[in-house]
Design a binder for this molecule. Structure first.
Ligand SMILES: [Zn+2]
Length: 194
C-alpha cells in the first residue's frame, strides 16, 4: 500500500498537485501554491523529513517558505543555484520518498531543472509537468521551454519504464493507478505531432 496523497486535490487556486509521500522518510513532492498546505500536512502526518521539487515553476513552489518554516526541512532540487534549493539532486541519483527508493531522471523541455522520480522497482513515477494523464504533456511556451527537448525527455522516461509501471502522479490533473505506461506512450505520440 503506497502512502501517497495529493494535498491539493480539492483546491481551486493556481497550484500544482502536492504529493505527501508518507513512510520511513516522509517527503512532500512540490509544495504547491496559494493554499494552507502546512495544516494539511499536520493533519495527516507527524512531521516532514524533506521537500523535493520536480521543478521550480511558481505554481509548484509558492508554498515552500511556509513549509520549511513550519517543519525545518531542507529543499531538494536539480538546480543548486536556485534560491529555494538547499540540496542538489543530481541526474540518475537515488532518493528515498516514503518507503521506497526512486531514481531522479533529468527531463528538461518544460523547464531546464525538471526532474521525474521513478521508483527503482519501476512501479510508480512522479512525472511533474513532463506528462499528464490521458496523453497530456508539459507546455513549452514558457521561459526555458523547448519542444524537441520535451519530446526527448518523454522518450527517456518511456525507455526507463516497462509494463510494471502502475502509477503515475503528475503535477496537474488526476493520478493514474494502473497501466500508467500507456499514458506516457500517448503523451509521446501527441507531443511528436504537436
Ligand atoms: Zn511547470
Amino acid at each position: 500500500m503506497a502512502h501517497i496523497s495529493n494535498l491539493a486535490a480539492s483546491e481551486q487556486v493556481f497550484t500544482s498537485n502536492v504529493f505527501l509521500v508518507d513512510g520511513d522518510r516522509t517527503v512532500l513532492v512540490d509544495p504547491g501554491n496559494e493554499f494552507d498546505v502546512v495544516s494539511k500536512i499536520e493533519s495527516r502526518t507527524g512531521g516532514l523529513d524533506a521537500v523535493v521539487l520536480t521543478h521550480t515553476h511558481h505554481d509548484h513552489i509558492g508554498n515552500t517558505g511556509a513549509v520549511t518554516e513550519a517543519f525545518d526541512v531542507d529543499v531538494w532540487g536539480f538546480d543548486p543555484d536556485h534560491d529555494l534549493v538547499d540540496r542538489e539532486i543530481e541526474a540518475d541519483t537515488t532518493i528515498t520518498l516514503g518507503d521506497h527508493d526512486y531514481r531522479a531522471l533529468h527531463t528538461p523541455g518544460h523547464k531546464d531543472d525538471h526532474l521525474c522520480f521513478l521508483r527503482t522497482d519501476g512501479e510508480t513515477v512522479f512525472a511533474g509537468d513532463l506528462v499528464f494523464a490521458n496523453g497530456g504533456y508539459g507546455r513549452t511556451d514558457l521561459d526555458e521551454g523547448d519542444h524537441p527537448r520535451l519530446v526527448e525527455s518523454i522518450e527517456r522516461l518511456l525507455d526507463a519504464t516497462d509494463d510494471s509501471l502502475d502509477s503515475l502522479h503528475a503535477g496537474h490533473g488526476p493520478s493514474i493507478e494502473r497501466e500508467a505506461r500507456h499514458h506516457i506512450e500517448l503523451a509521446l505520440r501527441s507531443a511528436q505531432m504537436g
